[in-house]
Design a protein around this ligand. Structure first.
Ligand SMILES: Cc1ncc(COP(=O)(O)O)c(C=O)c1O
Length: 385
C-alpha cells in the first residue's frame, strides 16, 4: 500500500503514544531495579514501528535493543542507533561479516556460527560479540547442556570472539499460573552458568526474563531483562495478571501504546434482507446504513474478525458485517447518526468512553495480542502523538 498523496491525510494510520510508552518503560524500570532493560523491538517493534519505538526508547535512556534478524539490526544502525543491539533470532552464516562490521551482538548456540563469526572477526580485525543461548526446555533455539563442553573448547581457541552474554527463553511462563516449568528452566540455566564458571568462563551479561518473568519472577532478573509486549502496554496474558494477584505483587500500570485508525470510504443504505460481502455470510434484518472502511486482512485486520468485531465511529460501536475482505470491511452505522464520508474510525484504541483493545480483537480472532499487533502492515504510516 503506497502512502496517499496527501501525506497528512492517510486513509489509515497507527498512532503511537509517547506518554504511554514512556510510562511503560518506567513501570518496568521500577520493577527491575538494578537490572538493565533490553527493549525487544523485533517484528517492527511488535507492529508499532521500529524507528519510532527505537527513537522513543533511546530517548528514555534504554541502552539495549533486541531484534530478530540481521536486517533489523542493520536498519537500526542505518538510522543512527548506536545502542547495543542483540540479534535474538537466526544469523545466517553468510551474515557473520555484516554483523561483526555493524557491531551487532549475535545469539549463538552452535559451533558453525561461532566459527563463522571468528573468521569474520579475524578478517575485519574487529571483535565479535556473542551471547550464548542455552536450551533449558523450550526446545527452540539453544545449545544443550551436554554440548557445552565442545563449545567452550572452541571458544577458548577463538579469543577474537567475546562471550559477552548468556541467555535462555521461557516456554510456558505466560500460559499458566503454575510456576513449575519456569523454575525447572531456571534451574537448567543456572547449571549452565555454573558449568561455564567451573571451566573458568564468567559471562558478564546474563538474561532470561521476558515481560511475564520481569513482572513475576525476580529470581530470573540477573543483570538484563528482555522485555517486549509489556513495553507496548499489553499484558503477556490473563494468567500473568492472575499470577501477579495470587502472589500479592502489585500489577504494573501498563498503558496501550498503539491506536489504529482509518477513514470512512463510502456510506450506503441497504434494504432489509440484503447480503453483505463475500460469501453472503451476513444478511440484514432491517434497513441498514453501512460504512465501508478501507482496511482488510492485508493490513493485518484478521479475517477471523468477520461478523464479530466492531470499530468505533463517533465514539460508538459499529459492528463488522460480513467477511473481512483483503482491503475492506463494512460496518453497521444505522444507529450512529451524522457519520460522513472520510470521518475517522478507530479499529484499536479509545474514542470517548468506548475502547477496543488488541486483546479483545485477539480473543475474537482466536489468537493472542502479540499476533494482532505484529501483523499490522508495516506500510501503514505510524505517527507519534
Ligand atoms: C528470545 C525472546 N526474548 C524476549 C522476548 C520478549 O517476550 P515478551 O514480548 O513476552 O516480553 C521474546 C518474544 O517473543 C523472545 O523471543
Amino acid at each position: 500500500m503506497a502512502r496517499s498523496k496527501v501525506h497528512q491525510f492517510p486513509v489509515q494510520w497507527v498512532e503511537i503514544s509517547r506518554q504511554a510508552f514512556l510510562n511503560n518503560v518506567q513501570e518496568f524500570k521500577n520493577r527491575l531495579g538494578q537490572t538493565g532493560l533490553l527493549a525487544v523491538v523485533k517484528a517492527n517493534a511488535y507492529g508499532h514501528g521500529l524507528a519510532e519505538i527505537a527513537g522513543l526508547a533511546a530517548g528514555a535512556g534504554i541502552e539495549w535493543f533486541g531484534v530478530h534478524s540481521l536486517e533489523e539490526g542493520l536498519s537500526l544502525r542505518q538510522k543512527g542507533f548506536y545502542q547495543k543491539i542483540l540479534i535474538l533470532g537466526y544469523l545466517p552464516l553468510v551474515g557473520a561479516e555484516e554483523a561483526v562490521r555493524a557491531e551487532l551482538r549475535s545469539t549463538v548456540y552452535n559451533l558453525e556460527t561461532l566459527k563463522a563469526l571468528a573468521a569474520a572477526s579475524r578478517k575485519l580485525k574487529k571483535r565479535a560479540l556473542v551471547h550464548l543461548k542455552i536450551e533449558t526446555g523450550t526446545n527452540r533455539q539453544g545449545i544443550g547442556l551436554n554440548k557445552l563442553g565442545s563449545f567452550i573448547k572452541l571458544l577458548k581457541k577463538t579469543p577474537e570472539v567475546v562471550l559477552e552474554g548468556i541467555s535462555s527463553h521461557f516456554a510456558n511462563i505466560e500460559d499458566t499460573t503454575d510456576d513449575y516449568y519456569p523454575r525447572y528452566q531456571l534451574e537448567n540455566f543456572l547449571q549452565a552458568v555454573k558449568y561455564l564458571e567451573n571451566n573458568g568462563i564468567k559471562v558478564p551479561v546474563r538474561h532470561m526474563s521476558c515481560s511475564a518473568a520481569a513482572i513475576l519472577f525476580p529470581e530470573t532478573y540477573f543483570n538484563l531483562a528482555r522485555v517486549g509486549i509489556g513495553l507496548y502496554g499489553l499484558w503477556p496474558s490473563r494468567e500473568t495478571m492472575v499470577s501477579c494477584r495470587l502472589r500479592g505483587q502489585s500489577p504494573l500500570r501498563l498503558k496501550p501504546v498503539l491506536s489504529w485508525r482509518a477513514r470512512v470510504a463510502q456510506i450506503k443504505n441497504v434494504p432489509r434482507g440484503a447480503y453483505i460481502g463475500y460469501g453472503c455470510t451476513y444478511r440484514t434484518t432491517r434497513p441498514t446504513r453501512l460504512a465501508v472502511i478501507p482496511v482488510g486482512y492485508y493490513d493485518g485486520y484478521d479475517r477471523g474478525l468477520s461478523n464479530s468485531a466492531y470499530v468505533l465511529v463517533k465514539g460508538k460501536r459499529a459492528q463488522v458485517r460480513g467477511r473481512v475482505c483483503m482491503d475492506f470491511i463494512m460496518v453497521d452505522i444505522t444507529d450512529i447518526p451524522g457519520v460522513r464520508l472520510e470521518d475517522p474510525v478507530t479499529l484499536v484504541g479509545t474514542e470517548g468512553r468506548e475502547k477496543i483493545t488488541a486483546d479483545q480483537l485477539a480473543a475474537l480472532a482466536g489468537t493472542i495480542s502479540y499476533e494482532m499487533v505484529t501483523r499490522i502492515n508495516p506500510l501503514i504510516p505510524r505517527f507519534i502523538v
